[in-house]
Write a protein that binds this ligand. Structure first.
Ligand SMILES: Cc1cc2nc3c(=O)[nH]c(=O)nc-3n(C[C@H](O)[C@H](O)[C@H](O)COP(=O)(O)OP(=O)(O)OC[C@H]3O[C@@H](n4cnc5c(N)ncnc54)[C@H](O)[C@@H]3O)c2cc1C
Length: 412
């Protein structure tokens, strides 16, 4: 379906969603013009692989997925270290912090998120307080880890977990403070939380629940101690924060585009403004499978949306229909979430079980039901049967009786 539209496409964000969109646009239309804008200095790199870079098992060059030459070959104009400051959706123009404004025929916002800052006394003055979102964050963490013996990490997010494990693998004594009763409290029930606690404790990490950082006591410009909300003090040469992501869409202020946590789109990933789309982490898209709006921070989702949105920007009309899957390591085992997994959503009921397993010693599974329909699942340990469960969720399969539901634990 090669075209010759002469259309001008502008894409904000060169992560996996933005770069995949650019690549798909070019594949389908040899003569369109494509601008890809990022405030970072790099072409596309693999954000998921940052974890293995931090763990010390992957070199930096293996994290990179594209180089500048690839963009030239594809005739994609990549503007690095360039920030979008405003979009005029009436005139259809994107304004940058440097260079000329860019007019567009269709615009994709794929600007992802940034880490929430740790706003506590002592946190502003001290260096060595790290979040873990970008390649530059990772390089800074590695540099400071070389000079550190102890760290405090804080937060119940995936980001907090990745930081905690990465620092621990670098030989640092880590104390992990979590405000809630356990890690991922929006996804895991108490039993799942306890299993993760067993795994991380077995690997030498000290966990403290119901605790946050209240203040940081620096010495010579770097942290020395962190004070918890309980009043307890923790030794910390460096601090890792994973208290959540703020999605990047402030440059859409003064536009008609609706935003909640993310940018609201329909199932075609189109916003309220004509010819403006959103994809990846920043999109809060309508999901016809669940009848709800979601934001999803997963690689596969960003990639799938990047591909689909390119088709719609070029005049197509395809719905984004997918069962979201996220797979992440927990030391020598794994956590996989499939579909809708909101433990505190009162519309959902759950069924969970821990059985003897291989690597983690135990396997954990939860199934989430909306009415009688299976809508989600979480696996810790062996993910065997995950694809079959995914198919059942996609098919909207109903499980009315307790015995039918029990049989889900046997799916392999
Ligand atoms: C450490 C880490 C581990 C992860 N592990 C997993 C995992 O195991 N499994 C999984 O599924 N997912 C994981 N993720 C999440 C996954 O990486 C993201 O969901 C995915 O990369 C999002 O891609 P994106 O293209 O939507 O956004 P991003 O990759 O965030 O790209 C957005 C880009 O837009 C730029 N930008 C933002 N605002 C502006 C502006 N105003 N002007 C110009 N540029 C701007 C940003 O700087 C960034 O470069 C992990 C993420 C991290 C950070």
């Amino acid at each position: 379906m090669a075209g010759d539209s002469g259309k001008r496409y502008v894409i904000i964000g060169n992560g996996i969603a933005g770069t995949t969109c650019a690549q798909t646009l070019r594949k389908n239309d040899v003569s369109c013009a494509i601008w890809l804008i990022t405030n970072e200095p790099y072409p596309l790199y693999n954000r998921v692989s940052l974890k293995r870079l931090l763990d010390g098992v992957l070199p930096e060059q293996k994290v990179m997925m594209r180089d500048f030459a690839w963009h030239e070959q594809q005739r994609i104009t990549l503007l690095t270290e360039t920030r979008v400051i405003h979009v005029d959706t009436t005139q259809r123009v994107v304004y940058l912090d440097r260079g000329d404004p860019l007019p567009y025929d269709a615009l994709l916002v794929a600007s992802g998120g940034r880490a929430q800052a740790l706003n506590v006394p002592g946190g502003y003055e001290a260096k060595h307080i790290h979040s873990f979102v970008s390649l530059d964050d990772t390089k800074a963490i590695i540099e400071h880890a070389l000079e550190s013996k102890s760290a405090v990490t804080t937060g119940g997010s995936y980001m907090a977990y990745d930081l905690t494990e990465g620092l621990s693998k670098r030989g640092i004594h880590v104390t992990w403070l979590i405000r809630g009763p356990h890690w991922l409290r929006r996804i895991l029930d108490r039993a799942g939380g306890q299993l993760v606690d067993e795994i991380v404790t077995r690997h030498g990490i000290e966990t403290v629940y119901g605790e946050e950082i209240q203040a940081i006591i620096p010495a010579n410009g770097v942290p020395a101690r962190a004070i918890g909300t309980s009043g307890k003090e923790y030794q910390a040469d460096m601090i890792g924060t994973g208290v959540g992501l703020l999605l990047n869409h402030e440059f859409l202020n003064d536009t008609p585009i609706e935003r909640h946590t993310g940018i609201i789109t329909d199932e075609y990933l189109q916003t309220r403004a004509p010819e403006v789309y959103a994809a990846g982490d920043v999109a809060e898209f309508y999901d016809p499978l669940t009848g709800q709006y979601h934001t999803l921070g997963t690689w596969d989702n960003a990639l799938g949306q990047g591909k689909l949105v390119a088709i719609n920007m070029a005049g197509g009309h395809e719905r984004y229909l997918d069962v979201p899957v996220r797979s992440s390591p927990i030391f020598d085992t794994n956590i996989v979430t499939v579909g809708m997994t909101e433990i505190d959503n009162c519309e959902l009921t759950t069924l969970s079980r821990i059985t003897p397993g291989e690597k983690s010693g135990k396997d954990y599974r939860t199934f989430f039901f909306k009415g009688e329909r299976l809508v989600g699942s979480v696996f810790i340990g062996s993910p065997k049967g995950r694809r079959k469960i995914e198919d059942l969720i996609r098919a909207g399969q109903e499980f009315a009786s307790p015995s039918d539901r029990e049989q889900l634990f046997d799916v392999r």
